[in-house]
Structures are given as structure tokens and as C-alpha cells.
Design a protein around this ligand. Sequence first.
Ligand SMILES: Cc1ncc(CN)c(N)n1
Length: 225
Amino acid sequence: MEGKTKEEGIIERWVMKHLLLYTGATRHPFILSIRDGSVDISSFKRWLEQDYIFVREFVPFVASVLLKACKNSEDGNDMEVILGGLASLNDEIAWFKSEASKWDVSLSNTVVHKANQTYCRFLESLMSREVEYALALTALWAIEATYQESFAHCLEDGSKTPPELQETCRRWGNEGFGEYCRSLKKIANRYLEKASADVIAKAEVTLLHVLEHEVEFWNMSHRGT
Ligand SMILES: Cc1ncc(CN)c(N)n1
């Protein structure tokens, strides 16, 4: 038969199984408000200052996944993929700083919101050496894919994203970042296929936790609670 058949792995099956939560994280009212142009700029600013804190905590998490890749990687290009993601966070931190000054948002002395703090603590728990590579990869994919799917939605035909927010949306909604997420998913699926039933079960729970934290993070940005 001509044409490509779509590969389906464990992650795709989990997304279908937990579609309601996945959609809650990737089509949150905050994102929909950016997409329809009704976004409250004070919500956007809150997201900006809180996400800067999150990203600084995210760097050591990605570094911990890279460390696991170096120890576990067999024949794939896991290390290059994750290293690329880690390197791009350097750019991302610089982008947050310049975006914050554009919006007159101070990034020093920010009070960390509860939802952000809880999410960062969760990230920290995933950095331990005992956390299996398949599980850490699942979390990394879910964290990145939530932003990719959310912001790409704000750039689709028919969206009314304000011009001054389009650069933000392109940061995670661009095709290159989409490709990065697909690579992460492929690697995660590969390790999940080989994992024990116990690790698979823990990875599924971790995926649900990530999605719940992402929803809480959007809630905090949107409503300030
Ligand atoms: C809360 C959150 N989730 C995901 C991402 C994408 N790295 C982010 N910057 N912030």
C-alpha cells in the first residue's frame, strides 16, 4: 500500500486513553484566550515570570535525563536529541529575560506561586538516579509536548493570536520544536516497549502527574490561583 502508516506506540495509546486530561493540558482556557485574542495581559505576564522560574528548574531535570541517556543509550541518537534540547534552553533563558524587559516584568524577587513550586518539587523527584530512564523520558516528552501542542494551536489557520504574542507561540509551536517532541516520543516509546510492567505502570502515572501539573500551571497563569 502506498503512503505512510502512522506508528503507534505506548505513548500514543496513553494519550488516547487519557484524552480528556491531555486535551485539558493542551487546550486550556489560557491557551484558547491567546488563540482567540481575548487574553488578559496580566495573565500573560504572570505566566512569563513564573515560567522563567520553572525553566531554570527544568534545566537540571533535562541534564539528569541526559545523564541517564549517556548510561542507557544503546544504538540510538538519544544523547544528541536530549543534548540539543538542553542546549536550546540556554537560548530560552535569554529569551525570557528579553521578553520580560519588553513587557516590563521583573524577573528578580518573584514570589513563586504554589502550583509552580509543587511542579518544581515534582521535577526534582524525577531527577534521582533511581528514576528509570523510560520514566524520565516519558515525563520529558509530556512536558515538552504540552507546550508544543498548546502554542502550535495558537498559530493555526483561523487563530487570532495578537501579533505581540506570536513570537512566544512560535518559540514552542514551531516545526523544529515539533520534530524534537516527535524524536523524544520515539525514544520514550522504544524504552517503554522494553521496560518491565512495573516501570510501565509508573511511567503512566508519571504522565498523568505531568499533565495535571501542566493544567495547574495554566490555571495559575490564567486566574492567578
Ligand atoms: C510549565 C512548563 N511546561 C513546559 C515547558 C516547556 N519546556 C515550560 N517552559 N513550562
